[in-house]
Write a protein that binds this ligand. Structure first.
Ligand code: ACO
Length: 428
């Protein structure tokens, strides 16, 4: 027998269906609530609101579980490649060798961006933030691929838009990096796989042959896999809601990039390193900064700690912490900032303030340290997060379309003035 929830308002009782996900999580379906009762629900920040049903990613914040399409993140991070994970997220199944090769081949054929797009780079000031550049560049792709603007796309057109979106992203991200250095752009090479091509375009030089470093390629694969999807969150829900108005893929992804930029979301990886640098410059007294984070009159928060959903530990943080130690050792990096990070982590994990509020290091606490070790400037970190999250955004956007979800349009409870009479300007 299907379960129902009883809602009592005044002397009336309403029955609301309960729906259950495949992992046993339950939701009260309130989609008919307003029609039935005249009421809406109020849930600022959507802390208790399921905005969709989705078959892409499952996470359990209490138990620290994260799975893409049913595969545990731990296994994917250890055994697969980022491009394989991208295929899995977008198509729902792991590819066989032939499917993976073809996917890679299709992407390689579209990695070049239109030469005119390079002029956009010339227009950005040299110190402009890479996230602003990426968001604008991705949105502007719609100008070069007008077929993406069609309200109804054929399956092939949709597929091609997805391939192009994936393909152009590595080129744009590495060119943003090159621009920040004032170095010439490196063109993609079809012989490389997705991540190797990115590493080549980023760290290669026009003046000499580039030999790919397997440590860097592996580290990038791991980091990108860990960021590839995270069910509903600020940026992903933004992509879905923008896409629900039938905006094209480039505009939808661009909006996700803007949402990711903020320090409370993807921007945290940049904020972590800036915080660690600040603590270092201040003399490295971690106790002082822990005390600041606990002080309610001080706006300072310990960046890289806490998560809206993970209230036990972030499974990605566990994997990345191990990867971080390995990479720093392999690259022979001894970083004072890392020592500060370790001290902060040690103190915060024992401190009752953090323990009671279940504030643990999240994935961004460690990702910034690895990006820094690989040689990326701090303001590139969030762009790398966006590169990782891209397949997730695409998969969620595609699912939203396949579900034929209605346009996203929340309600509100109005708390402003009522019934005022206009007063002529001369009388005010
Ligand atoms: N440092 C100090 N105190 C904190 C921190 C922190 N990093 N995070 C939360 N708290 C405290 C809050 O002050 C609050 O205390 P109170 O109950 O005494 O008022 C309590 O913990 C709960 O915090 P909320 O802000 O209500 O938790 P919420 O779930 O809304 O926020 C968030 C989650 C935004 C991630 C928050 O923990 C935070 O700001 N962390 C730092 C930024 C960060 O690392 N973001 C990356 C998130 S992961 C990602 O996007 C990939």
């Amino acid at each position: 027998m299907s379960e129902n929830a009883q809602l009592i308002i005044g002397d009336k009782t309403y029955s609301l269906p309960v729906i259950e996900g495949t992992e046993g999580e339950k939701a009260i379906d309130i989609s008919k609530l307003r029609d039935l009762t005249g009421y809406v629900t109020l849930d600022v920040g959507y802390k208790n609101t399921g905005a969709t049903t989705s078959a892409i990613t499952f996470l359990d914040g209490e138990l620290g579980i994260l799975k893409y399409r049913g595969y545990p993140i731990e296994e994917l991070a250890e055994k697969s490649s980022f491009i394989e994970v991208a295929y899995l997220l977008i198509h729902g199944e792991l590819p066989n060798k032939e499917q993976l090769d073809y996917f890679q081949y299709e992407i390689s054929r579209h990695t070049l961006v239109h030469e005119d797009l390079k002029k956009f780079f010339d227009g950005f000031p040299s110190k402009s933030h890479p996230m602003g550049q990426l968001s604008s560049l991705v949105c502007s792709l719609s100008a070069y691929y007008p077929e993406s603007l069609k309200q109804v796309q054929t399956e092939e057109e949709l597929h091609l838009s997805i391939i192009k979106m994936l393909a152009k992203m590595t080129t744009l991200v590495s060119w943003i990096y090159k621009k920040s250095l004032g170095h010439p752009y490196i063109y993609p090479q079809n012989k490389y796989d997705y991540v190797s091509n990115f590493v080549y375009m980023t760290f290669g030089q026009r003046t000499e042959p580039y030999v790919l470093d397997p440590v860097i390629v592996k580290a990038m694969n791991t980091l990108l896999i860990l960021h590839a999807d995270h069910e509903q969150n600020c940026s992903t829900s933004t992509v879905r809601i923008v896409g629900s108005s039938e905006s094209n893929i480039y505009a939808s992804v661009s909006s996700g990039i803007s949402a990711l930029w903020g320090p409370l979301h993807g921007g945290a990886n940049q904020a972590v390193i800036e915080m660690l640098e600040q603590i270092k410059e201040d003399g490295g007294d971690t106790d002082k900064w822990i005390a600041k984070a606990k002080d309610k009159n001080d706006p300072f928060r310990l960046m890289g700690f806490g998560h809206r959903v993970y209230k036990n530990f972030d499974p990605r943080a566990k994997i990345i912490k191990k990867a971080c130690d390995e990479i720093l050792e392999k690259l022979g990096i001894d970083d004072e900032v890392l020592e500060i990070a370790k001290k902060l982590e040690e103190v915060a994990l024992k401190d009752p303030y953090f323990v009671e509020r279940k504030l643990y290091p999240n994935v961004d606490f460690y990702s910034g340290i690895i990006y820094r070790a690989l040689g990326f400037p701090t303001d590139m970190f969030t762009v790398l997060f966006a590169l990782g999250r891209l397949p997730g955004w695409i998969a969620q956007w595609k699912e939203m379309k396949e579900h034929k979800e209605p346009i996203g349009r929340p309600r509100q409870i109005y708390t402003g003035k009522v019934n005022r009479t206009y007063v002529e300007l001369k009388d005010r």
